[in-house]
Ligand binder design. Structure first.
Ligand SMILES: NC(=O)c1ccc[n+]([C@@H]2O[C@H](COP(=O)([O-])OP(=O)(O)OC[C@H]3O[C@@H](n4cnc5c(N)ncnc54)[C@H](O)[C@@H]3O)[C@@H](O)[C@H]2O)c1
Length: 305
C-alpha cells in the first residue's frame, strides 16, 4: 500500500478482467476503495460470469457491481453504489469495451450499435452520473482545500486514432471517447476534475484474439503480448494521483515502459481558393494530408518492457 489514494473511491468499468483488473488492483494497493463494475462477459459482450467481479472485489476490499453499465439506469446505480458503500466517487475509469468486427460493407447495424453503447454511450452515462456527485464534492472540498480529487480516465485505443481494417464500430466508439474526454475536461475544469484518455497496449485476451493476416501482423501480435497490463495501471494511478492535478484533456498512451502523448486533431494547413480554383488550393494543403497506416502498422516496433 502506498497510501497515495487513501480516502478516495474509484469505480472501474470492465474491472474484473484484463487491463481493468490490473487498474482495480493497483488503485486498491494505493489505498482507494474500488467498485468493480463488470458482468464478466465475453470479448463480444455475450455471456457473463458475475463471480469474476465479486471475487476480485472481495480480494481487494472493494465492492462488486456485476451488471452491465451500458444503460443510463445501471450507470447511475453503479455510481450510487460507490457513494452508498464508500461515501463518494473520486475516480471514474471508463474501461469496459466489447469487440464486434466486420468489414464496413458487412457489419450488422445491431452489432455497430451494441459496440457504441458499451464502448462510448456507457462512458457518457457514467460520466454524467459521476460528475454530478463530483461537482458537489468539489463545492464541499472533499479531501481538502483546494479540491483536487476528481479524476476521469477514458480507456480509448489507437484503433480510434489510426483505424484498422474491419473495426468500424470499435474505432468509431474509441474516436468518440476522445471528443467525450475533451468536453468533459472543459465542462469539469471549474470543479478541478480532470479527464484524460489513455490508449493502452497490453497482453490480455483481446491481444490474444488478434488473428494475424500476414507476417507483419504475426510480429505485431508477438510484440503486443510482451506488454503487461500492470503498466497501464501505473499510468492510470499516476493520473489519479495529486501529481497529475493539472493534466487534463490529454490523449496519452502506454506500452510497457513507454508512455506516449498523442497530438490531437488540429488545423494542419490552410489555403485560400483563388483563381486556380479548388485544385490549386488542394496542391497547397496536400502536404498535410494524413497517411493511411493502421494502428498495427504504426506501432509495429518492439515495446520497452
Ligand atoms: N489489450 C490491449 O492491448 C488494448 C488495446 C487498445 C485498447 N484496449 C482497451 O482497453 C480496455 C480493456 O481491454 P482488455 O484488453 O482488458 O479487454 P478484456 O476483454 O479483457 O476486458 C474488458 C472487460 O470489459 C467488461 N465489459 C464488457 N462489457 C461490459 C459492460 N456492458 N459493462 C461492464 N463491463 C463490461 C468485460 O466483462 C471485460 O471484463 C478496453 O477499453 C479496450 O478497448 C486494450
Amino acid at each position: 500500500m502506498t497510501g497515495t489514494l487513501s480516502g478516495r473511491v474509484a469505480l472501474v468499468t470492465g474491472g474484473a478482467q484484463g487491463i481493468g483488473k490490473a487498474i482495480c488492483v493497483r488503485l486498491a494497493a494505493d489505498g482507494a476503495k474500488v467498485v468493480v463494475a463488470d458482468p464478466g462477459v465475453g470479448i463480444d459482450g455475450r455471456g457473463g460470469d458475475a463471480s469474476l467481479a465479486t471475487a476480485l472485489a472481495e480480494k481487494i476490499g472493494g465492492a462488486a457491481f456485476p451488471r452491465s453499465i451500458a444503460n443510463p439506469g445501471t450507470a447511475e446505480e453503479a455510481v450510487a453504489m460507490a457513494v452508498g458503500h464508500f461515501g463518494g466517487i473520486d475516480i471514474l475509469v471508463n474501461n469496459a469495451a466489447i469487440l464486434r468486427d466486420g468489414f464496413v460493407f458487412k457489419l450488422e447495424p445491431a452489432d455497430f450499435e451494441d459496440v457504441l453503447r458499451v464502448n462510448l454511450s456507457a462512458a457518457f452515462y457514467l460520466t454524467r452520473a459521476a460528475t454530478g456527485v463530483m461537482r458537489d464534492q468539489a463545492k464541499a472540498e472533499r479531501g481538502g482545500k483546494p479540491y483536487g480529487w476528481g479524476r476521469i480516465v477514458n480507456v480509448t485505443s489507437t484503433a480510434g486514432l489510426y483505424g484498422n481494417f474491419g473495426q468500424a464500430a470499435y474505432a468509431s466508439a474509441k474516436a468518440g471517447l476522445i471528443g467525450l474526454t475533451r468536453v468533459t475536461a472543459m465542462d469539469m475544469a471549474r470543479s478541478l476534475v480532470t479527464c484524460n484518455a489513455v490508449a493502452p497496449f497490453a497482453a490480455t485476451r483481446i491481444t490474444d484474439s488478434i488473428k494475424p493476416q500476414n507476417d507483419a501482423q504475426i510480429a505485431y501480435k508477438a510484440r503486443a503480448l510482451k506488454a503487461p497490463a500492470s503498466a497501464v495501471a501505473d499510468l492510470v494511478a499516476h493520473l489519479a494521483s495529486p501529481a497529475a492535478q493539472s493534466v487534463t484533456g490529454q490523449v496519452l498512451g502506454v506500452r510497457g515502459k513507454e508512455v506516449f502523448a498523442f497530438a490531437q486533431m488540429r488545423l494542419a494547413k490552410r489555403a485560400v481558393v483563388g483563381s486556380g480554383g479548388m485544385a490549386a488550393a488542394f496542391e497547397e494543403i496536400k502536404g498535410a494530408f494524413a497517411d493511411q497506416s493502421t494502428d498495427l502498422e504504426a506501432f509495429n516496433t518492439d515495446p520497452v518492457v
